[in-house]
Design a protein around this ligand. Structure first.
Ligand code: AMP
Ligand code: GLY
Length: 422
């Protein structure tokens, strides 16, 4: 099978790594790709003409932007099989109000909400909720690259959020904002592969969104993660499947929205069970980097089957291993814009020398010379390891992180990933 992955981050590097292990794979392309992928795949630029003229059997879309822009529809129109949803289904992630309305119809448990379209109404509804509940969450309706959510605990927080959300120069300049109930609990995510075959449930993972140890600092694209999730109840997967995934897919299908691709449920596990925080229409980053080492099934076969290709679905009964992923970023991330930092040089061999137990997935990297890569800005790489138990996987990851840090002293990472897993 000739496979093309779209994207350039740690998640796409991890998906490439998974595909490379599949006996189904004959050739792998990644567009735009990143340089750490040199030995795994060809990097290429033109699409979807490329997919068509190169006999690509399956395209896997990594990030949300091309999915929300309708790339899966464009590829399908050319007869190319795609593991990603249509633009219409991608509204689950691209429009929080769309997701809320579907959840309401499907009776999926989620935070109570109201949609508002002007700053004054937003402020008064938010202050009322703050007064009643001691907290409130404000969210821009559309895709905001993680910058559109404000968790407020004071009137100052609400004022700041309203200013940011509605000012034309603000991060989002929203035209629709959700005022949401503040939920308390522990966060996790649940991945399912959906499409032409019975849904395959990949499982739970935890993502660390804040920049610093102890969940302090600004939200980021994700600083690390682990899976599976020991603190969840034994029937957690059954609960999420029966109260979230199945009713959601059923309700969408009844509206002619036939989902295909990875369905990511972002959950708050409360004392009353799971509540949906968000849906994503793709694999999560950096959860995927842990999951590909944890799950020993053939993901390429699973994705190809859901995309409608005739391949045998892998056996479902291989127990997952414990896996931990730690992200290394440039020193000013997530405030890298306009700042230059001294790049570090990392050996290409770092990214090639992966095993079943340890892998380094590159993202923001540039060519330095034939043997070395230069670090860029942002989330530069993810180290992931698997073992029979989380503490062992954790020790394995941090040993590698320490070795990389020795050659790249400016790297930032969180030292508490998978520290509290009970
Ligand atoms: P979202 O992009 O909707 O997942 O929100 C980003 C982050 O904001 C989540 O990972 C949570 O940490 C937090 N958050 C979002 N909605 C809520 C909520 N209703 N209650 C508590 N925290 C929330
Ligand atoms: N890890 C969260 C996300 O991919 O959006």
């Amino acid at each position: 099978m000739r496979v093309l992955i779209v994207g350039s981050g740690g998640r796409e590097s991890a998906l490439a790594w998974q595909c490379k292990r599949s006996p189904l794979l004959t050739e792998l392309f990644v567009v735009p790709g990143n340089l750490s992928l040199q030995t795994l795949a060809h990097n290429t630029k033109a699409l979807p003409a490329f997919a068509h003229s190169n006999g690509i059997d399956l395209v896997i879309l990594g990030p949300e932007q091309p999915i929300a822009a309708g790339l899966a529809d464009a590829l399908q129109a050319q007869g190319v099989a795609v593991f990603a949803p249509s633009q219409a289904c991608a509204r689950l992630e691209a429009s929080k109000s769309f997701a809320k309305k579907i959840m309401q119809r499907a009776a999926v448990p989620t935070a109570a909400w109201q949609a508002v379209s002007d700053a004054d109404t937003c402020r008064s509804k938010a202050l009322a909720r703050l007064h009643d509940d001691g907290g409130v969450v404000l969210k821009a309706d559309g895709l905001a690259r993680g910058k559109g959510v404000y968790v407020c605990h004071s009137t100052d927080d609400v004022e700041h959020a309203v200013r940011c959300l509605f000012s034309p120069a603000g991060a989002t300049s929203a035209t629709c904002v959700l005022v949401e109930e503040l939920l308390a609990g522990r966060e996790c995510s649940f991945f399912s592969f959906v499409g032409a075959q019975p849904t395959t449930h990949v499982g739970f993972a935890v993502d660390y969104k804040r920049l610093h140890v102890g969940d302090r600092g600004p939200n980021t694209g994700g600083m690390g993660g682990y899976c599976p999730v020991p603190w969840l109840p034994d029937d957690a997967a059954a609960t999420v499947i029966s109260t979230v995934v199945e009713p959601l897919l059923h309700t969408m299908a009844a509206q002619g929205l036939h989902y295909r691709g990875c369905l990511y449920c972002g959950l708050m596990w409360t004392t009353r069970g799971p509540r949906v925080l968000e849906f994503n229409v793709r694999c999560g980053d950096p959860e995927t980097q842990a999951m590909v080492l944890s799950d020993r099934r053939d993901w390429l076969a699973m994705m190809a089957a859901q995309a409608g290709l005739e391949v045998a679905m892998p056996r479902q009964s291989i127990p997952p291993r414990a896996a931990v992923a730690v992200v290394l970023t440039s020193p000013h991330y997530p405030y890298s814009e306009g700042r230059t930092t001294q790049p570090a040089l990392l050996p290409q061999a770092l990214f090639d020398a992966s095993s079943d137990d340890l892998a380094v997935f590159g993202a923001a990297l540039q060519t330095a010379d034939a043997l070395q890569l230069r670090t860029g800005e942002g989330r530069v790489l993810t180290v992931a390891a698997a073992a029979d138990a989380l503490p062992v996987a954790r020790a394995r990851v941090y040993e590698k992180v320490a070795a990389i840090k020795a050659g790249w002293p400016d790297a930032h990472f969180r030292s508490d990933i998978a520290l509290q897993v009970d």
